[in-house]
Design a binder for this molecule. Structure first.
Ligand SMILES: [Zn+2]
Length: 67
């Protein structure tokens, strides 16, 4: 046994096992797709839309009943 086993980490995006070694260029992500998607979600639409989306409004606004 001359080689030590690589450490295994889990991809933060999809949970796949990733070897923590030089070959795994996208670590801790399992792939470029996981790495890119994660950054994209933050930098682009998802974050912004969530922050700017107006609260849900009812179809019609009922005035308070005058009793
Ligand atoms: Zn992944």
């Amino acid at each position: 046994m001359g080689k030590t086993s690589p450490r295994i980490v889990l991809c933060p995006k999809c949970g796949a096992a990733v070897r923590w070694e030089a070959e795994s260029r996208f670590r801790p992500f399992c792939s470029a797709r996981c790495k890119g998607m994660d950054l994209g979600a933050w930098a682009n639409d998802e974050y912004r839309v969530a922050a700017e989306a107006p609260p849900e409004l009812p179809d019609h606004i009922s005035p308070p009943y005058d009793e």
